[in-house]
Design a protein around this ligand. Structure first.
Ligand code: NAI
Length: 259
């Protein structure tokens, strides 16, 4: 009999870059990865919020540094990836998480601006980060890419077409890159959160959250960002070496509920 293989469930010493890490699921992921011993690059829009998360992590004994970047800035992406690689000596894990709400009726004025911003921030940025980080991810030997999509990557809410198109695109990009980068030993997977308590959903009153969750979600509540971060962690473990090209719903069972 072959001996039982022992695969590592540790990301200690790995370098991880998380976009949109100043809030919500990105912040929870940055914290969790740092708790697990990774060196974390916290990337987000505003200096103050980036610094606040870096401070939280370092005060908790973790290793993190911050970069201020609008992920719609292609040249900025190349610069930040280079700086992270120089600072931490490589890059093993990329989490493309930054995102924003982009509700806009198709017939309403200003639609194309919302469309362009949604696609830039939530799809084109993912592709650009992968291109910039690819040499390091290949070199890592255990390169991991996680793209954050949404349950809106499988279906649609009315009036949300820019977001829905971006998130469907993220799932398509994930599958295409999984197929293309398999030979490089880089895995590419997608996390598809359902309703989660974060910055994006904070304006929805609690009462509405509760009504929605009781009607639509088998677990009958909104999720917490940490519950998503733990799934992301599972996907980037060295032991998850045969997992690629999947889109994992983290939605309290919402997508499988018919009635
Ligand atoms: P959040 O608002 O708490 O965090 C998103 C972060 O991304 C913010 O810190 C924001 O500043 C940052 N960001 C936005 N645009 C950026 C840009 N151009 N450049 C750099 N950073 C930028 O929201 P949440 O929910 O944690 O969002 C994380 C991801 O999860 C997003 O991609 C979102 O679409 C996705 N998602 C969220 C769901 C939810 O219910 N909260 C459900 C499904 C998906």
């Amino acid at each position: 009999m072959e001996p039982v293989k022992k695969l590592s469930r540790s990301i200690k010493g790995k370098v991880a870059l998380v976009t949109g890490a100043a809030s919500g699921m990105g912040r929870a992921t940055a914290h969790l990865f740092a708790d697990e011993g990774a060196k974390v690059a916290v990337v987000d829009l505003a200096r103050e919020r980036v610094d606040a998360v870096v401070k939280e992590i370092t005060e908790a004994g973790g290793a993190a540094e911050g970069w201020v970047l609008d992920v719609a800035d292609g040249e900025g992406i190349v610069r930040v990836v280079k700086e992270v690689e120089q600072r931490f000596g490589g890059l093993d894990i990329l989490v493309n998480n930054a995102g924003l709400a982009a509700f806009h009726g198709i017939g309403e004025p200003g639609y194309e601006d919302t469309w362009a911003r949604a696609l830039d921030v939530m799809l084109t940025a993912h592709m650009r980060f992968v291109r910039a980080a690819l040499p390091s991810l290949k070199k890592s030997g255990e390169g991991r890419i996680v793209n954050v999509a949404s349950t809106e990557g499988f279906g649609a809410t009315p009036g949300n077409s820019p977001y829905v198109a971006a998130k469907h695109g993220v799932i398509g990009l994930t599958r295409a890159l999984a197929v293309e980068l398999g030979r490089e030993g880089v895995t590419v997977n997608c996390i598809c959160p359902g309703p989660i308590r974060t910055g994006i959903t904070q304006e929805i009153p609690d009462e509405h959250k509760e009504i929605f969750a009781k009607r639509r979600v088998p677990l009958r509540r909104y999720g917490y960002p940490e519950e998503v971060a733990h799934v992301t962690l599972s996907v980037v473990l060295p032991a998850s070496s045969y997992l690629t090209g999947v889109a994992i719903p983290v939605d309290g069972g919402m997508l499988v509920k018919n009635a």
